[in-house]
Design a protein around this ligand. Structure first.
Ligand code: URA
Length: 157
């Protein structure tokens, strides 16, 4: 069995509207997401919903997924191997959804899709993600789980 799937109850693929113009890509499911089989429904997801609502985005106008589709044991960060294992699915997922804009939620998502590191410096700076020959504008933002731990940074987000 795939090492990744061992700690997970469900495979967590997506939520929201696959035809939306904005695709939101997080890191990996947490406990609540693993139980429900849907991304971004726990505390971080609730904060993300508020952030999206503040710019007029809802479940109808956004499509949510993660770089890794399974909860990681002990909530560890995804390893480069975990990310590479999921990458073909992620790339094809982006290709099929064909968003106009991608939100890279947190440093793991940013580095998986752009190769950049340092979310503190890169957040808010537009990048380009190329999927199957199509260039898609992509904006790295702070991860809401990070903002829950560092509420003083919420105003920047
Ligand atoms: N954090 C993420 O990056 N994704 C989720 O789905 C939940 C929490």
């Amino acid at each position: 069995m795939c090492e990744l799937k061992k700690g997970a109850r469900n495979t967590v693929i997506s939520d929201g509207n696959p035809a939306a113009r904005v695709m939101i890509i997080g890191e990996a499911p947490g406990r609540e997401e693993d139980m429900a089989g849907k991304p971004f429904i726990g505390p971080a997801g609730q904060l993300l919903d508020k952030m999206l609502a503040s710019i007029g985005l809802t479940e109808e106008t956004a499509y949510l997924t993660n770089v890794v589709n399974w909860r990681l044991t002990k909530n560890r960060n995804p390893s480069p191997e975990d990310i590479e294992l999921c990458r073909p699915f992620l790339n094809r997922h982006i290709e099929l959804a064909a968003p106009e804009v991608i939100l890279l939620v947190g440093g793991v998502s940013m580095s998986a899709l752009t190769g950049l590191t340092g979310i503190m410096k890169q957040r808010g700076q537009w990048q380009t993600v190329t999927i199957a020959g199509t260039e898609i504008p992509a904006l790295p933002i702070y991860h809401p789980a990070f903002l829950l731990r560092q509420p003083v940074l919420k105003k920047d987000a």
